[in-house]
Every structure is written in C-alpha cells, then in structure tokens.
Design a protein around this ligand. Sequence first.
Ligand SMILES: Nc1ncnc2c1ncn2[C@@H]1O[C@H](COP(=O)(O)OP(=O)(O)OP(=O)(O)O)[C@@H](O)[C@H]1O
Ligand SMILES: [Mg+2]
Length: 260
Amino acid sequence: MPRTVSATRYVTPLREGGSLPAIVEGDDLGLYVVKFRGAGQGPLALVAELISGEIGRALGLKVPEIVLMEVDAALGVNEPDPEIRDLLKASVGLNLALDYLPGSLMFDPAARDVAAPEIASMAVWFDAFVTNVDRTARNPNLLWWHKTLYFIDHGATLYFHHNWQNLEQSALSRFPAIRDHVLLHWADLIEKADELSRARLCEKLFTDVMAQLPDAWLLPEPGALVPDDKRRAYVTYLSSRLSAASSFVEEALRARASLI
Ligand SMILES: Nc1ncnc2c1ncn2[C@@H]1O[C@H](COP(=O)(O)OP(=O)(O)OP(=O)(O)O)[C@@H](O)[C@H]1O
Ligand SMILES: [Mg+2]
C-alpha cells in the first residue's frame, strides 16, 4: 500500500478541475491535491490515476508522489459551499492524493515551451500505452516545477475499464488519438522509448502496482466480482497491451510522420 495520510484541513477547491479536486492539508503537514472518490467520475478515475501514475513513474517520467488520503466525516461539516460539502460527505474513507507542487506552471506550446526528445518520446509511448486522451495542446496536464516536467491527471486513462467485456480487444488498440499529443512534435526517439519501456515494464511490476489499490475502489464487475479478480484482470490487460506495443508504436510513428 502507498503511504496513507489523514486529511486535517480542506484548503481550497481547484476550480479548473472537472472533478472538483482540491488542495487539502494532511496530518503530516503536507499539502496535497486530492481526487475524491465521491466525485461524479467515480472510483474508476482514482484507480486509473494510481495505476497510470505509477506506470509513468516506472518508465522514468516525473509524477508527483501518490498517497492515499483518509477523509473523515468531520472534514466537510463547516464548508459553506453545499457542492463541496456533498462531495466530502460522499468521499469519507480513502481518496487519492498527489503531492502538491506549489508555484508550478502548465506546459504551454503557445508560450514557446519545448520538451526534451527523450521525455517527449517516453511520454508518447506512455500515453499510448495507458490510452490517455488528456495530453493535448488545449489540456496538456504537464506541470513545470523546478525546471522539470511533471505528468498529472491520469484519471481518464485505461478507458477499457468502463467496458470489461472488450478487455482483449481494447488491449490491442492502436490508439489513433495519439495524433493530438502535445509532445508528439518533439518525440523523435519513439523507438528508443519503446525499447526502454519493454525493459522497464513487466507482469511483476503490474502486480505490485495493483497491490497498492484499496479494495474499496475495486467495485464488482461481471466476471470480476471480488477485488483480487479485478486486480488480476488489470494485470492481464496491461500484460497483453505490453505484448501488443508494436501496433501503438507504429501508429505513433505514423502520426508523427504526418505531423512534421
Ligand atoms: N500535484 C499538483 N500540484 C500543483 N497543481 C496541481 C497538481 N495537480 C493538479 N494541479 C492543478 O489542478 C488542476 C486540476 O487537476 P487535474 O487536471 O488533475 O484535475 P481534473 O479534475 O482531472 O481536471 P480536468 O478534468 O480539468 O483536466 C491542474 O490543471 C493543475 O493546475
Ligand atoms: Mg486536468
């Protein structure tokens, strides 16, 4: 399990976030960006955030530390905004929290931000692997912090988990949406990233990541009734996707060739 902290103070909502994430203080005095289990997107968004975040980290990309945050019923009672009160009430228990990066700025190609080819190429491989459509120029979800690029907002990745019946088919997806990736332009080392990724990811790593998911986020699905069945299904999916990497790599190379 990841480190668990308890929420001590709701600091402020991050209004730009669709799921109403917030800055919350933990009992270790740290500030965190919390993704709430009770938000409209439901616990699958937290599952995706944790799995993809840890896969990105294993690939060598910078991802803020992910911890679990325990919210108790007292946290929201004095919040004046009823929407926030309801969200906190629906989120009592374990939520996902990311280390807050104070003073970070969003990557902005229009402001002539550029990315290193190694990082851009690994990012393209990673986002194709976890099927992330949220890395576009309009919504890059990349933060500059201390001159380093941090990868955030993986809640909409792994979209196969909204439709478990098609697990095998989804694992083979070429992911054409990669054409809109904000870093594709700089990604001239995709084959190298592919080689590194295959060396860094494996079934054992996927199994270790699944062990970090709280049971409470793993609700039953047809064919995966208890949390451990679901953990195994994620490992199966990710292992198949890794075996099929050549097809999304080919697609990314093709998309880049038509871009430049
Ligand atoms: N670890 C962090 N440190 C500092 N700021 C952060 C961090 N995580 C998120 N933010 C800020 O909060 C905003 C919302 O976070 P995030 O994109 O993860 O949430 P979301 O609800 O999935 O958002 P959206 O649906 O709008 O993309 C980010 O755009 C960023 O400005
Ligand atoms: Mg976002």
